[in-house]
Design a binder for this molecule. Structure first.
Ligand code: ADP
Ligand code: MG
Length: 398
């Protein structure tokens, strides 16, 4: 397989001094009810590329989407809070345009001096963004001389700012964050050290069928927890009470287990569970996989499962983890995710975690710096590991 970064210019190889650089970032940050940035990780992840461009004297035109605005310009989805946070981090004024195109945007960009930044308003205020529209791409292309993509979280979507636009820009390349993501995930894709284990959890099998199927062909073992495991346990005939189970996916789960068996890929399911009468319970009870009462919900994997997963993980040389092993947002049901995060942190090998909630679980456990790589893109990392071509990555090749 060709390397993921083949024929993609790294940002530090591009001539950018005094040039207008369209930098696509992922500032799709969570906001508080008062409209402040509640977690600025994504903004900080973009800083190395932004700083590099500023030091080289570029005129940086930042662009991002935020949320899913349905009806054009909607102040609820303004990038203003992200812009304010970035202005603090860079200690400089950052003008925000009223729209990402039009007279206002053109004026702000024209006034931009070397070594300064402007932020375009939410790309998704334009219907053409998600439609990958050629006219929008042409309009955006007039705002810049150079295109740089550092929005790993958005490259799996064929949207205008990551697909149609870069194809119109003769000088284009990848920012440092995008390079780092492609290098790390590329290692798992191309030639991971073995044994290579995948840990999958989260809420739904249906969200992750494609990656499950692809991983069954690439890994030496799969460990399944979280609500996803409920569906697999139910498929094996266990009674799961009121737990989250996808009843319409039982046949599929059985089929996946059968195919894994035929391929000789061991699938490890929980051997015990933490159950409670409701998601708001203050604490749970540990039971075996046949001990879930008819009115109970399985909300975490139990301590025996953590020990079993741990034993497997400590012998791995490569690990990919996506999806919490339980309802980790509640302290009573976080032990499974924290225990597994700890085991992966102790694994002497190449370890990657991807997915918004999984990464939050790792950070919550204070283990962020103990993983080889923390992926900023949930969907993008899964699609990459499925072996799919990502539109925003392909569009950068020259
Ligand atoms: P990621 O964002 O890492 O890709 P997902 O979005 O697929 O992960 O799943 C995360 C969600 O799954 C979390 O909100 C977590 O509480 C929930 N979850 C995991 N296990 C269970 C469970 N047993 N019961 C209910 N919810 C669960
Ligand atoms: Mg999630």
């Amino acid at each position: 397989m060709a390397a993921l970064l083949d024929r993609i210019n790294p940002v530090d190889k591009l001539e950018v001094a005094s040039r207008r650089v369209f930098l696509r970032v992922d500032f799709n940050v969570p906001l508080t009810r008062e409209g402040k940035v509640s977690d600025d990780t994504r903004i900080r992840e973009a800083l190395p590329t932004i700083r590099h461009l500023l030091e080289r004297g570029a005129r940086v035109v930042l662009a991002s989407h935020l949320g899913r605005p349905k009806k054009g310009r909607d102040p609820k989805y303004s990038l203003a809070p992200a812009g304010e946070r970035l202005a603090e981090l860079l200690a400089m004024d950052i003008p925000l345009t009223d729209e990402c195109v039009g007279d206002g945007a053109r004026k702000v960009v024209t006034d931009l001096r070397d070594g300064r930044v402007a932020l375009l308003e939410n790309l998704r205020f334009q219907a053409g963004e998600e439609a990958n529209d050629g006219d929008l791409a042409r309009e955006l292309s007039r705002l810049a001389d150079v295109y740089v993509d550092d929005a790993f979280g958005a490259v799996h979507r064929a949207h205008c700012s990551v697909d149609a636009l870069p194809r119109l820009m003769p000088v284009r390349g990848a920012g440092f964050l995008l390079q780092r993501e492609l290098n790390a995930l590329g290692k798992l894709l191309a030639g991971p050290e073995r044994p290579y284990l995948a840990v999958l959890g989260g809420a739904k099998v249906s969200d992750k069928i494609a990656v499950l199927e692809a991983l069954f062909q690439r890994v030496d073992g799969i460990l399944i927890g979280g609500a996803m495991a409920n569906t697999f346990l139910a498929a094996q005939g266990h009674a799961l009470g009121k737990s989250l189970v996808e009843a319409d996916k039982l046949a599929l789960a059985r089929d996946l287990l059968q195919r894994a068996h035929e391929r000789g890929v061991p699938v490890t399911l929980p051997v015990d569970l933490v159950v409670a009468g409701s998601v708001d319970a203050e604490s749970g009870t540990v039971v075996g996989v046949d001990g879930v009462g008819p009115e109970e919900l399985a909300l975490d994997i139990g301590p025996k499962s953590v020990a079993l997963f741990r034993e497997r993980l400590l012998r791995a040389r490569s690990v990919f983890w996506n999806g919490p092993l339980g309802l980790f947002e509640k302290a009573a049901f976080a032990a499974g995710s924290v225990g597994v995060a700890r085991a992966i942190a102790e694994t002497a090998g190449f370890t990657v975690v991807g997915g918004g909630d999984s990464v939050a679980a790792v950070q919550q456990a204070g283990l962020g710096d103990r993983f080889s790589h923390i992926s900023t893109g949930g969907g993008a990392s899964l699609e990459l590991l499925e072996g799919r071509r990502l539109p925003g990555v392909e569009a950068l090749r020259t």
